[in-house]
Design a protein around this ligand. Structure first.
Ligand SMILES: [Zn+2]
Length: 492
């Protein structure tokens, strides 16, 4: 009789591929799954999963935990929602490569999204080594962020790079891809990514394509210009040879409501032409980002028209965290635009904000699309973050599977596991089958729920019973253990 390290017995196995759930056991030895089905034999530890779903650990394809996995390696906000792999480096924002100019910029440029960190590394390889050394509780894979690369070479400059500068950018991209980055991300509404025009991005993406990496983009316009911005991302993929991922796909602002009815067929048409293009999405009608970036992109009227909540500040105005910007403006006795300018000035551009700018019909349409995957876009920057940091995966299973019935459990799990694993080149992850890594989540589909709220976001979902990372029991009976078995996943 074989002896395993761990057997999970009598669960309803949702294997990640979209296949119908079936009753069975999972046998784990070391960091791998050895048997799936009727598992005979004994184990050092057995988990009784009767009445529970057993799925591959969730992959958060859109994380901003670049600094958090080192600063706070328990990453409880991800582990406790069943996430076993975090994909960082999104939206052109990140922490490597880092020269002195970038180190100076980081604090006011990216800290509102990623949180505070020192940047003791220079290269992407050194940053990846620092992640390994921190022993995070979840696995980490990362994009090389084009905004970071651009800042290292061009600083705040708006114009295109000359040939020598382009060669420097490509050298940084080469180094990152050789270190194991999974591709390149852009954030075309943020400084400095917004200064990069299409030809520059195509040239950069060509370097990434040489290594089989993917191009992922927070596109230039997510509002009434969303279709043109999607077209730009597809063009960059097509002309560079990179597969494409559109980040947190949405159509934001009342005049743009309903545009996902056009963008999703547009993406399907590109796929029919042979382009590998997919999207990620978070299941909420509110967005979140740096207040300075949101205000700068012409949203002054939007702030007057839609509710906005201050999520985090760095210095003296903690009393504003979790409160509506309109109430803060009344308290300051200022028009909302002036109140925002004052807050940005007093807080040195550090605040982050939550804005209710989406229509639920658009969100649902993207969530249920066959080619979307789930990414939290959670911002681990302190204060009262958007609840998506804690609740994204549970919310999909609660709302779209159990309450609305617009996704099957198997299909929702596929969007969190095998679909992202295949797209993001994560070998032997995202499925429950013999030989795969033992990244597993055991949850109760009848009770799983996102209980984080906009005013009280730091709450773990209910219904997540056990989380296994590389064979290590990291959540046991609903509580996080001391296990820190995550790894830096370098591109296969
Ligand atoms: Zn973004």
């Amino acid at each position: 009789m074989p002896e395993y390290d761990l057997i999970i017995r009598n669960g309803s196995i949702v294997d990640g591929t979209g296949a119908p759930a079936r009753a069975g056991d999972i046998g784990v030895t070391g960091d791998r799954i050895e048997a799936v089905g009727d598992v005979l034999g004994t184990a050092k530890r057995e988990i009784d999963a009767r009445g529970l779903a057993v799925a591959p650990g969730f992959i958060d394809v859109h994380s901003h935990d670049d600094a958090a996995v080192i600063r706070d390696p328990r990453v409880d906000f991800k582990i406790m929602q069943g996430v076993t792999t975090d994909i960082a480096g999104n939206c052109g924002a990140g922490v490597a490569p880092a020269n002195d100019d970038f180190r100076l910029f980081y604090e006011r440029g990216f800290a509102p999204i990623l949180g505070e960190t020192e940047l003791p590394w220079s290269t992407t390889a050194e940053y990846f080594a620092a992640v390994d050394a921190a022993h995070p509780a979840c696995n980490v894979a990362a994009y090389v962020p084009q905004g970071v690369v651009r800042y290292n070479v061009l600083g705040q400059r708006k114009g295109p790079p000359d040939d020598a500068e382009m060669a420097q950018m490509q050298a940084l991209l080469e180094e990152a891809m050789q270190a194991g980055a999974i591709g390149m991300s852009t954030g075309l509404v943020y400084v400095p990514g917004t200064y990069a025009q299409t030809p520059e991005l195509i040239e950069c993406a060509k370097t990434v394509a040489k290594y089989g990496g993917i191009y992922t983009s927070h596109i230039r316009n997510e509002s009434t210009g969303v279709l043109g911005a999607v077209a730009e991302a597809i063009e960059i993929g097509e002309r560079s040879g990179c597969p494409v991922q559109i980040s947190h796909h949405k159509s934001a602002g009342a005049p743009a409501y309903g545009l996902t009815k056009q963008s999703l067929p547009f993406l399907a048409a590109a796929r029919a032409r042979g382009i590998d293009v997919t999207v990620d999405v978070y299941p909420y009608v509110a967005s979140s980002s740096g207040l300075a970036a949101m205000f700068r992109t012409g949203r002054e009227e939007a702030f007057a028209a839609t509710p906005a909540i201050i999520a985090s500040v760095k210095y003296n105005h903690e009393k504003y965290e979790g409160r509506y910007m309109s109430d803060i403006a009344s308290e300051m006795d200022l028009p909302i635009g002036d109140a925002i300018r004052k807050l940005l000035h007093d807080e040195e551009n550090s605040p982050s904000v939550i804005m209710f700018i989406m229509d639920e019909d658009d969100v649902r349409r993207v969530v249920v699309d066959d080619h979307s995957m789930i990414g939290s876009d959670g911002l681990p920057s302190g204060g009262k973050p958007h609840p998506r940091l804690y609740g994204t995966m549970a919310r999909v299973l609660e709302k779209y599977v159990r309450e609305e019935g617009v996704l099957t459990l198997e299909e929702a799990v596929r969007k969190m596991t095998s679909l992202p694993a295949r797209k993001h080149l994560l070998k032997d992850r995202g499925v429950l089958q013999p030989g795969a890594f033992a990244d597993i989540v055991v949850f109760n589909p009848e009770t799983i729920a996102d209980i984080a709220t906009y005013t009280d976001p730091r709450q773990y979902p209910t219904g997540i019973e056990h989380v296994i990372v590389n064979g290590a029991v990291t959540v046991d009976g609903g509580r996080q253990t001391d296990a820190r078995a995550g790894r830096m996943l370098r591109r296969a």
